[in-house]
Design a protein around this ligand. Structure first.
Ligand SMILES: Nc1nc2c(ncn2[C@@H]2O[C@@H]3COP(=O)(O)O[C@H]4[C@@H](O)[C@H](n5cnc6c(=O)[nH]c(N)nc65)O[C@@H]4COP(=O)(O)O[C@H]3[C@H]2O)c(=O)[nH]1
Length: 708
């Protein structure tokens, strides 16, 4: 660009002093150019300030050559417009400053005549700030739109003015099922998707008051009618010129469902779905507090199914579970809505009767009546898996106020009362009495004494002979547990066996019995008292003991440890063990049978199903239960049962022992029915090992056998 000397100010002089002054003072940047040669005639102060160009750099130069233009096109375009229309309506372009920065400008041009010369007055309006903020706005609008559309949670945009839905995002459509066309332009009430529309006003008031909402729990209906639990966050945004409410509706239904399930699990019994101990205690506390205020009282009924263990053992856990389910259902069906039926575990149910009124006698009578109804409800026969079962139950009752003031106390006392019912025969009701506490204490004392007995090795094994009268021989003995109590003397298993089983101590005790019995056989064999071909020791195996994973290994270790022939050991199991888990039982029995150990089914005939599984089991011997032997010589049906068992054993080629033979009549009957192996007081009770050895003496045996 050739730099020429600036044009003399005479141009303006010609126009008069007032014009130049005005030109220079104009607040808008101006440039005066010649209309023909387009040389710059003058620039004003605002121009210099805006672009930083000096008079020397601009004035006198051909306009086209100014560094002001970012491209040559710009000037050519302006020129073209000016020569066409003689003027230039606003044209928006970017112009360069002396420091190389760019400014967004609107340019206008007006023809002016100065000193008779046609000129163009270019006025430049700086709109850089506006353009920058428009750009920023555009950018943020684009960003907002992108965020809105792509947000993972459902979003809605409402016009604040009209409350109409302006837009919804993709996630909204996915979760709520509405297409944008179905909702845009409608208000929320028109859409009818609030589950509780009456809450809407309060929520809007909160939004107005606080300027925003944060995780407000609101339930909506999806398009298909499903209820969606949402957490709504809202705030105000400007979208273009419009003030809007942006709401994010986070669907927390799944989380709520999981939370509800976890809460339900924490407070309910998994099998029956009834409240558990935790929820029961909570409800009791509530009722006790309410009762005080409204002069009402409540009662706690502790239920325990009689002989449930037998059902579980003989028919299996699935059947046991179904029974528990049915009992829970029946109890629930016979109490009022305000009452609570809870299951504490096992076969223990608790009913909380709430809102009772009247004097102490009236309340007690009311509770007794309800308890009787519940007892009857449980007692009506139930058919499960083809088995018709008659259930019985015992109920212990504690009345609030009279028998305790706290949930814990009432529960404890109802449990104690239940213990009282069980101790005095089952299938009835008992209210708590302070002396019942004594029985409970005794049970606890017995358990701790048994633990001590185990440690102090106070258990003994007694042996009851088993005789074959045809072979005139003692063919075995049943090992029976005794407790040599330091003060009470010899105690039989009837007193403590249930405590050993309930407490789990039977596992340790059972293992001791196994080892001790095997040691005794080894001793007898060593001393030549018995022959391995004809003699075996029977031991009772409890269900818990048999179910142990390593039961087979325990037996093997005992047999090998004493090097006895395995056939000298006979394991007595009950039908209950078998039915509880037939596959596991069959597997274990086979493993032991392969080893040489033999099996007897104890108490045969008393279980729920006797025959169906017998063929699958490697059983050697059936023991006819003593309850059938007791009356077998009489007129009743027991004789028929014994005959049936004998003929069945014969057809299945199983050995047979009649257990509990006490009288000559029983003995005669059995002999007549061709049953020749016996165990019973008629021959001998269980005796200490030394006495048994003496009994084995050939003389003693034959004398005894000669008795009948
Ligand atoms: N009325 C009468 N009873 C007779 C007669 N002959 C034998 N008995 C008794 O009948 C029971 C037979 O044992 P069980 O049926 O296996 O019944 C046993 C068995 O189920 C259990 N038991 C005993 N010892 C053990 C053991 O070491 N382990 C396990 N798991 N249970 C045992 O305790 C139950 C009772 O044992 P005991 O009191 O020793 O009672 C024994 C025995 O003394 C008789 O002629 N008349």
């Amino acid at each position: 660009m050739t730099v020429e000397a600036p044009m003399p100010m005479s141009y303006f002089d010609l126009g008069g002093q007032g014009l130049i002054g005005l030109f220079q003072r104009l607040p808008i940047a101006c440039m005066l150019v010649h209309a023909e040669n387009y040389k710059v005639l003058a620039i004003n102060e605002a121009f210099r300030r805006l672009f930083g160009w000096s008079d020397q750099q601009v004035v006198g130069h051909p306009s086209a050559e100014l560094s002001l233009w970012v491209t040559l096109n710009q000037w050519e375009m302006l020129c073209g417009a000016m020569s066409c229309q003689g003027r230039l309506d606003q044209s928006e372009l970017e112009l360069r400053c002396s420091d190389d920065s760019l400014r967004s400008c609107l340019i206008y041009a007006e023809p002016v005549e100065i000193n008779g010369e046609a000129c163009r007055l270019l006025m430049v309006h700086d709109i850089s700030d506006r353009v920058a903020s428009e750009k920023a706005l555009k950018r943020s609008e684009n960003k907002f739109a992108a965020l809105f559309r792509g947000a993972p949670d459902p979003c809605m945009l409402f016009e604040k003015r009209t409350a109409k839905i302006a837009d919804v995002n993709r996630s909204f459509t996915e979760v709520f099922g509405y297409e944008p066309t179905e909702v845009v332009g409608k208000t929320a009430p028109e859409l009818g998707f609030w589950r509780f529309p009456e809450k809407r006003e309060a929520v809007i008031a909160k939004l107005m008051r606080e300027g925003r909402l944060r995780n407000e729990p609101i339930d909506f209906f999806a398009r298909d009618g499903r209820v969606l639990h949402c957490e709504v966050s809202s705030n105000f945004v400007m979208v273009g010129e419009e003030r809007c409410t942006l709401s994010t509706l986070k669907d927390v239904s799944e989380r709520k469902r999981i939370e509800a399930r976890i809460k339900h699990q924490a407070y309910h019994d998994a099998l029956t779905g009834l409240p558990n101990r935790l929820l029961l205690s909570d409800r009791m506390r509530q009722h006790l507090a309410l009762g005080e205020r409204h002069n009402l009282t409540c009662a706690l009924l502790f239920f325990d199914l009689d002989h449930f263990k037998r059902i579980n053992d003989s028919l299996g856990h699935t059947c046991g579970d179904a029974v528990l389910h049915e009992v829970g259902r029946r109890l629930r069906a016979h109490v009022r809505k305000a009452d609570t039926v809870a299951r504490l575990g096992g076969d223990e149910f608790v009913v909380l009767l709430a809102g009772l009124s009247g004097n102490a006698e009236q309340v007690a009578e009311q509770v007794r009546r309800t308890a009787m109804q519940l007892l009857d409800a449980v007692a009506s026969p139930v058919c499960i898996e083809g088995h018709s079962l008659q259930l019985g139950c015992s109920v212990g009752v504690a009345l609030a106020g009279e028998h305790g003031d706290t949930a814990e106390e009432l529960l404890k006392h109802a449990d104690t009362a239940l213990y009282g019912v069980k101790a005095s025969g089952r299938n009835s009701i008992a209210f708590f009495e302070p002396q019942m506490q004594v029985a409970v204490s005794q049970r606890l004392l017995l358990e701790s004494e048994l633990r001590r007995a185990l440690e102090e090795q106070e258990f003994r094994l007694f042996y009851q002979p088993q005789l074959d009268t045809r072979a005139r021989q003692i063919i075995g003995a049943e090992a029976l547990l005794r407790w040599q109590h330091p003060q009470k003397g010899l105690v039989g298993p009837g007193v403590f066996m249930h405590v050993l089983e309930e407490s789990g101590m039977i596992l340790q005790t059972g293992q001791w019995v196994l080892q001790e019995a095997v040691r005794f056989v080894a001793h007898l064999l060593d001393r030549g008292c018995v022959s391995a071909d004809t003699f075996s020791i029977s031991i009772n195996i409890s269900p818990r003991q048999f179910r142990q994973r390593d039961f087979v290994a325990q037996v093997a270790a005992a047999v090998h440890g004493q090097s006895i022939p395995p056939q000298c050991l006979k394991l007595e199991i009950t039908e209950g063990i078998v039915i509880d888990n037939v596959d596991d039982t069959v597997d274990k029995m086979h493993e032991l049978r392969v080893m040489g150990v033999r099996f007897a089914i104890d108490d045969f005939g008393t279980g729920y199903s006797s025959l169906s599984y017998l063929k699958r089991l490697p059983v050697d011997l059936l023991k006819i239960d003593q309850s059938f032997i007791r009356d077998c010589a009489g007129e009743g049906s027991d004789a028929e049962i014994v005959r049936a068992i004998i003929s069945m054993a014969r057809s299945l080629k199983l050995d047979l022992i009649a257990e509990g033979v006490e009288t000559a009549e029983q003995f005669a009957f059995l002999q007549q029915e061709d049953c020749h192996v016996y165990q019973g007081y008629y021959f001998s009770p269980a005796v200490a090992p030394e006495a048994f050895c003496a009994f084995l003496g050939p003389l003693a045996a034959s004398e005894r056998l000669a008795l009948p």
